[in-house]
Ligand binder design. Sequence first.
Ligand code: SF4
Length: 704
Amino acid sequence: MNKIVESYKQKLASEDGWVLKRGAQLRIALCYPNVYSIGMANLGFQAMYELFNNIPEVSCERVFLPDSPRGSSPSVSEGVVSTSALPDGRATDSRHRRKRSLPYGRASATEFSRNSSGYDALPSDHPTRATRAGNPVGRATAPIDEMREYERLGSPLLSLESQTPVRDFDVIAFSISFETDYVHMTRMLHMSGLPLWSKDRTERDPLIVMGGAASFLNPEPIAEFTDVIGVGEGEILGPKLVDAILETESKDELLLRLARDGRGFYVPSFYFVSYSDDGTVSAYTPTEEGVPARVGRAISAENPKEGSLRRAIRREQTEIIAQLKRDEVFAPSTSIFAPQAEMGDRFLVEISRGCSQGCRFCWAGYNYWPPRVVPARDILAKAKAWRVKTDKIGLVSTAVCDHPEISEILQGLRAMDYRISVSSLRLDQISDELLDALVESKDQQIAVAPETGSDRLRRVINKNLTNDEIVDICGAVFDRGMLTIKLYLMVGLPTETDEDLQEMIKLVERIKDRMLEAGKRFGRAGKIIPSLNGFVPKPNTPFQWEALCEEKELKRRLKWVCKNLARIPNVEVRAMSARIAHEQALFSSGDRRIAPVIEAMARLKGDLKAALRETGLDPSFHTSRARSHDEILPWEIVDAGLGRPFMEREHGRAHEAQSTAPCPSVNQCTRCGVCPTTWLAEAPPALIQLKAFATSATTTSANA
Ligand code: SF4
């Protein structure tokens, strides 16, 4: 145990900004289902840590999948997109001693420690302080294989800050961004010594909560492991969850209260799922009175809508601008400076959420509609406070240049001498100003996403750019001396033909030629790095009904593209395997019958094939089958607000290669259904679309 504790202390010693409260009324273990370096690069995870710890009654500590240099983590980790304290001496069998009375009625004074962040300094005898003194930041000793130590000792999983067994917390909350981390999540629950299936846990066990994008996109594969699933955005759900916990007397009362809310909290145990003879879902039946047929997505209504703010700025409507920016909004951002993490030496801040474009494959666009922004004022205030710690800033957004105040943000950050990087660049929106800022910062390799090689297929996916425009935009990057560029491309898109793939090769060649032409002026050549991914249909997108390209065929296409790209000089191709695409599709589109596969994978060190053999599940039913518009989709237990008619129409337009105008993100729009139905998190019930489903019957009908 000492080696694990020592390793955790080294991590804490290298950080700045973590929090520890002793004697808090409610203890939350916030778990990231992957290793520390990846988890700490996740903004959603850091934001929840800050949000929970901002609540006086709550002490929130972090928990990660233990590090393992030998890679003992389940092999699914290779599918993860990499792009995002006080040992209190409690005995490890304390689960049997602790009372489940908490959080109900246990009151005690909270002691607050926070390193270098303005709260009380750590006590002088604090073990972490001692470690910090002994191991100055940046001179940590060699990392240990934490996983091996846990396995060797059979010890329970510990929190980072106080090294308390996770099972001793009141709430275990997972933040899950990628479906491929489900296996890690399962493993962490197992390491905590808790029953995996919610039906096997008791009142005395901690409440198990899942949140994060993956869990509300399609919660069904992990539904039976979970007590509550957060459906929507954390800044709305976190405080609401804490209030409910503090105001109820028992777990049963709490679950019922959350489930009856109808928005934001899905309690899987209150729904019975039935299946038709053909294996498709036939109904979700609530088992308790007052539990709605579907659970609405909770979204933050405080942030100004992107289109409304842009329009007001263009028209110079100062009063409307002031009204839109009236409240200071919560901007998810780095709260802990953690140089050992990926991108840990930079301040990350979310500047906007959701993308207006409506690319038909993109879950991040649709599931955060309407696009909303954090006002420049709030971003710059946070950046100013962090400037003393770092000169690197990362702007996180699905479409950085769509921010109506991007110019003000860039100017403000450059005035503070920040080196700027961005999470993604939408090709049609790259501005000269942003390119100049990126060149100046010398901190970023440019990555752009043509997605595919033919103009026709780009219309199918609703990415409305031509190859000529893409070459011109890449040229603007090369002309600034940035001669290496990464291209995100997909293989296996709906309606794709071999001719489309041939066009992809030609497009990369044209971009390479343009790079060499620019390179002559700089006396050097760069590199084109195509990154190939298999297309995976995602829930709550117009492609949700599509089949994933069959594994053998996807392999053939990927191999053909790789071979032909590899022949081009100055091109360095990277590709995802067809197997990973199928694994992702199984987890993202499956129903509750996937859970035993996840459980088996965790036991079998991530071996999907062995898990499928053991469980007898046919994955192709969930991955390689086109779904009919009449089918109830497993993820429709969540009402994301996107109306069925809109999604079906978009699906149809895709097959006709017809493009659709972007989401205007203005208050009066009713096009897709999100704004009139879910825009206000606290909207009166009459405004909520799910009412139509709830009144029809106790079961969910996909066509309601
Ligand atoms: S209703 Fe209109 S503005 Fe709102 S998310 Fe849908 S398309 Fe965008």
